[in-house]
Design a protein around this ligand. Structure first.
Ligand code: SF4
Length: 316
């Protein structure tokens, strides 16, 4: 198999939170805890979990938009976490970020066409004529051929998202990290934006899709990583298998009226206060030990003491 586009090796991130007063002690916030991921070309990885689970922080760490506390990040086989920003700059064009808030990412004075042309000239190194030719072609592919002159305030929310996508996709990136790219849109617009993003990714690109939308993860992702309290607690292909972790099952059950609400446990499994399977005899282990990811099969791993793996290998 070829070199992964992304390798995340035992990555952790701790933020230091200042106290409310100058004399209050600082508090460490462990946002991402010892995470391992590989993303190969053609893979769409959905990072899912509730707010505060660590998914956006992890996505930002991969691109170097936040610096890791420990571990390693390799992009196309190259150590990314040890590079300075100056060393990263020539490579950044291949690793692109789609922000959650499209409107604030756009220049209010620039048309749809000008946004994409400028990106291709400045980051892509194209001359003006070639940049304009490629920009028009990309905007037409995304259904904006009739909106080339529109300014951001004249566009719908879906059109603004598609301009941000056009800027990213026109650069033919090897990695796209999309942070909640459909938040705030109507369901049918969300579908269109994700179809435009995923349908126009270069064949050799990997993609990380950070989302709260479980139906989108199920539909578009080749692999889903479920996060809880900074850990990945399940990895699976939802098109082939259903989740087995009790937390993931609640997240993905469209009929579930109950989402975890009792907070995270300070020791052992973070989910144990809400977990319906935390009963004897397994409960003793749930209290004492943080479960590690174990392989159920080649594409499915879970971190839960109650989900007994047939082949109890540690997930790498
Ligand atoms: S480890 Fe225990 S508490 Fe955690 S999800 Fe599994 S059964 Fe529930």
């Amino acid at each position: 198999m070829s070199e992964p586009v992304v390798r995340v090796v035992s990555v952790s991130k701790t933020f230091i939170q200042q106290g409310a007063f100058p004399w209050s002690p600082e508090r460490p916030i462990h946002a991402v805890k010892s995470v391992d991921i590989e993303i190969h070309e053609g893979e769409i990885i959905a990072l899912v979990g509730q707010s505060g689970s660590g998914k956006t922080t992890l996505a930002r760490l991969v691109l170097g938009l936040e610096e890791i506390t420990s571990g390693q990040i390799l992009l196309e086989g190259r150590r990314w976490d040890t590079m300075t920003e100056r060393e990263r700059y020539p490579h950044r064009v291949r690793y692109q970020y789609v922000p959650q808030d499209a409107m604030s990412a756009l220049d209010p004075q620039q048309s749809a066409l000008e946004h994409v042309v400028e990106t291709l000239r400045v980051l892509g190194g194209l001359d003006s004529a070639e940049a304009e030719r490629q920009a028009i072609a990309m905007l037409e592919r995304l259904g904006l051929g009739h909106r080339l002159a529109a300014l951001p305030r004249q566009m719908s929310g879906g059109e603004q998202r598609r301009v941000t996508l056009a800027r990213v996709l026109a650069l033919r990136p090897r990695l796209v990290v999309a942070d909640e790219p459909t938040s705030g849109l109507e369901p049918d617009r969300r579908e269109e934006v994700l179809r435009d993003l995923i349908g126009n990714l270069p064949k050799d690109a990997g993609c990380i899709l950070v989302t709260h939308d479980m139906s989108a993860a199920r539909k578009w992702a080749t692999r889903v990583l479920v996060m809880l309290d900074g850990h990945i607690i399940e990895k699976l292909d939802l098109r082939e298998e259903d989740p087995v972790h009790p937390y993931a099952r609640m997240l993905f059950d469209p009929w579930s009226s109950r989402l975890p609400d009792r907070g995270l446990a300070p020791t052992g499994c973070a989910f144990r206060l809400d977990c319906p399977q935390c009963v004897p005899p397994v409960a003793e282990r749930c209290v004492a030990t943080v479960p590690s990811l174990q392989r159920l099969d080649d594409t499915h791993s879970v971190a839960c003491h109650a989900a007994a793996p047939q082949d109890p290998r540690e997930d790498s």
